[in-house]
Write a protein that binds this ligand. Sequence first.
Ligand SMILES: [Zn+2]
Ligand SMILES: [Zn+2]
Ligand SMILES: [Zn+2]
Ligand SMILES: [Zn+2]
Length: 256
Amino acid sequence: MAQAASKTCEICVSAPGSHYCIDCEEYYCENCKLLHNRQKLSRNHAFQKATDLIPEGKSKCSKHKEELTLLCNTCNVPVCTSCVAGKHNKHDFSKIVDAIAQLREENETKIRAKTNDANQNLKKIEDSLKSFDNSVESVIKAINDEGNMIKRMVDKSVAEMIVLVKEQSKKEKEKLTIMLSDARSVLAAGQTLDRKRKALDKTRHDGGMVQKINTMTEEINKLKINSLLEFPNISFNRKSVAEDDIRRMIGTYTIR
Ligand SMILES: [Zn+2]
Ligand SMILES: [Zn+2]
Ligand SMILES: [Zn+2]
Ligand SMILES: [Zn+2]
């Protein structure tokens, strides 16, 4: 067992015991420590600097002045071997080194569990970040695709509407053209009659002339001025499409 007062190597009992083997609970000098760590059985023993050790006095039973090597599990206090027969009679005990080993193991297990959980969370977050990025990309693509489709539909509708306007206005224009040529021929006939009238004025005013004037009157009466048909007209009624209407047309998305 460790002897705080001496702190001399417990192996060679000459050099200062500046190292404490936690597993053997013994002080070692520099040389003996090296040898200890080379031996197969104690290769993995952990050393602590003697100066870092808690002063021995504090781990001694205040009643029996013996080392507190046991832990009373019933009272959850460290006790010495003499305490076992006294106040803590028939209580449940374990060696302090075992209790420490168990506590260390428990802590190690707890830390491992927590780091595992943290790791899993990290992975879940990274995964969801990646899949969220992918979802955002596909939503953007869908909006783009839908928009392009609407643009193509708009282009097609505009082209079709223009073709329709041209076709229908052509028919109306044809009616106007017929009216125009009718009016032209009436005008030409009128001008011809006027020339005939002037020529007739220059001939002799006799009985034959009366006959000719009557014939001319008949021709004048025959000349029909057609009443005008309704003129065609075309105008555009704007639907006043707002940007909101376009957005509604494209679709909606939900983000949580
Ligand atoms: Zn030594
Ligand atoms: Zn050892
Ligand atoms: Zn005691
Ligand atoms: Zn007890």
